[in-house]
Design a protein around this ligand. Structure first.
Ligand code: ADP
Ligand code: MG
Length: 113
């Protein structure tokens, strides 16, 4: 059966204001905040219940960590967005997706949001 692993990498950048407020008001650690982000993504995706999905939060450089986890987990495919929330909207690919696309040892599917 297909198994999907949702990965969020905490690159130790300052949290966006609404997340910082949530962390403070509910006394949540950064990894709990990242776990919430993945849970929300999963809820929004309305994934069918016969698909096995796991959430994984880790620390480090996002591109390096996505590549390392894909290798460690033996992923057959990496699915990544073309852009994130970074600046330079005119570029087709963000720095994380570019790094993953160039260095991954397995196929990469880039999803344009
Ligand atoms: N910290 C992260 N954790 C997990 N995935 C990430 C992270 N940062 C970026 N990505 C993935 O890389 C894609 C492209 O983002 P990125 O390269 O950071 O573009 P931008 O430069 O626009 O922020 C995102 O849609 C997401 O799939
Ligand atoms: Mg980014």
């Amino acid at each position: 059966m297909f198994k999907t692993i949702l990965v969020a990498v905490d690159g130790q950048r300052p949290l966006a204001a609404p997340l910082a407020e949530l962390a403070q008001s509910e006394d949540l650690s950064r990894s709990e905040i990242f776990r919430r982000i993945l849970s929300s993504a999963l809820a929004l995706a309305e994934v069918s219940s016969d698909l096995e999905v796991e959430c994984l939060v880790c620390d480090g450089d996002p591109g390096d960590e996505i590549l390392a986890q894909a290798e460690h987990l033996g992923a057959d495919l990496i699915v990544i967005g073309s852009r994130g929330l970074g600046a330079y909207a005119e570029l087709l690919l963000g720095s994380v997706s570019r790094k993953v696309l160039h260095l991954a040892k397995v196929p990469v599917m880039v999803v344009r949001g």
